[in-house]
Write a protein that binds this ligand. Structure first.
Ligand SMILES: [Zn+2]
Length: 346
């Protein structure tokens, strides 16, 4: 489970080239929300304590923090909030309304141009956000969209200001990079400076036979792609960061994986789950309790566009409910780099 054996040796892939949740043993036996690897390690821990007569102390994340939380936002869209209402107005022949939407678009900032508001929303909980920045504006070779924005000098200034406040910037590598080292490395060099070291692939693209060696070749860093888009929980059945396993060389890779547990889109989407607005926190709570029990890291991805108050399905309200729960249970809010820095090199 921890090594990703099931996906490495499986031929099953979805339309985005990803290992499908439906093909996983977690789906077959219904344990995606249980970190079974942690349960097995716990048995080993008890055995070691029994044999040596000495208690083993689990990792801690700071004074009084029983577990940690990693809060991140993939920046896919900063300019497109106006499109859906404008299209709807055009489709139904409401031309005055359509004209008003266009006028708004040209004269006002877009509702999704909101990264300062997103940073302020997490700061309310004493947390800092990690922003995954997508450097490719043109769609991928297969037509899948990348960023709806360009990395302009203005955007760089906005991002630099947030970084100064303690928020983190990382790479959101574009369509194609998960299969191509040259393309990945070019984006990495374009976006990452010495202080940025994290990555998450756009669309959670990950080819188990290629992607880990691309990350490994790029140097010491962390990744936070490994979660199922279709279901929240534990893709590697483990609730701590770990060094993924290299089957070809029979050793761990040198990049740290901080697994992704919850993505906003997973919770309410035509292709994924269709939870009601009041069902989201209750659905997630048993999984969150498991992470708390083992002192792991809860990794939450909430896209900036879902901080738009018009989203009442998986929007700001649901984000705040999750954050309140995490704070109430005493989670240490850490950035990816802070988590990475606590792990000795593999
Ligand atoms: Zn993305």
């Amino acid at each position: 489970m921890l090594s990703g054996w099931q996906e490495y040796f499986s031929e099953a892939r979805d339309q985005h080239g990803r290992f499908p949740y439906a093909s996983s043993v977690q789906a077959r036996y219904g344990f995606v929300a249980l970190p079974v690897v942690n349960y097995y390690f716990d048995v080993l821990k008890t055995a070691v304590e029994h044999t040596t007569g000495r208690p083993l102390h689990p990792r801690t994340w700071g004074p009084g923090a029983p577990f940690a939380a990693f809060i991140s936002h993939d920046l896919d869209n900063l300019r497109s909030a106006w499109k859906a209402p404008a299209k709807a107005a055009l489709r139904t022949g409401r031309l005055v309304d359509f004209g008003r939407q266009l006028w708004q678009h040209w004269t006002h900032p877009d509702a999704w141009d909101n990264i300062e508001a997103v940073a302020a929303a997490t700061a309310q909980y004493g947390a800092r956000s990690t922003f995954f920045v997508l450097p490719a504006h043109r769609p991928g070779a297969d037509g899948t969209p990348n960023a709806d924005y360009q990395l302009t000098a203005r955007l760089w200034r906005q991002l630099a200001k947030l970084a100064k406040q303690g928020h983190e910037l990382a790479l959101h590598a574009s369509i194609g990079t998960a299969n191509n080292f040259t393309q990945f490395d070019a984006e990495r060099q374009r976006v990452l400076d010495a202080e940025w070291c994290g990555n998450r692939f756009h669309y959670l693209r990950w080819e188990p036979r290629l992607t880990p060696s691309i990350l490994n070749q790029a140097g010491d860093s962390y990744d936070s792609t490994l979660g199922f888009a279709e279901h929240f929980g534990f893709r590697n059945s483990y609730c701590h960061p770990f060094y993924p396993f290299d089957f070809q060389h029979n050793q761990p890779y040198s990049f740290l994986e901080i697994p992704l547990n919850v993505m906003d889109a997973t919770l309410h989407h035509p292709n994924y789950l269709q939870l009601g607005p009041d069902e989201i926190l209750p659905a997630l709570t048993p999984m969150l309790v498991e992470v708390e029990k083992f002192g792991g890291v809860v990794s939450v991805l909430w896209h900036n566009q879902n901080f738009d108050p018009v989203n009442t399905a998986n929007g700001p309200q649901q984000f705040h409910e999750i954050m309140s729960w995490l704070r109430g249970r005493g989670a240490a809010f850490l950035t990816g780099t802070e988590i990475w820095a606590q792990f000795p090199a593999a």
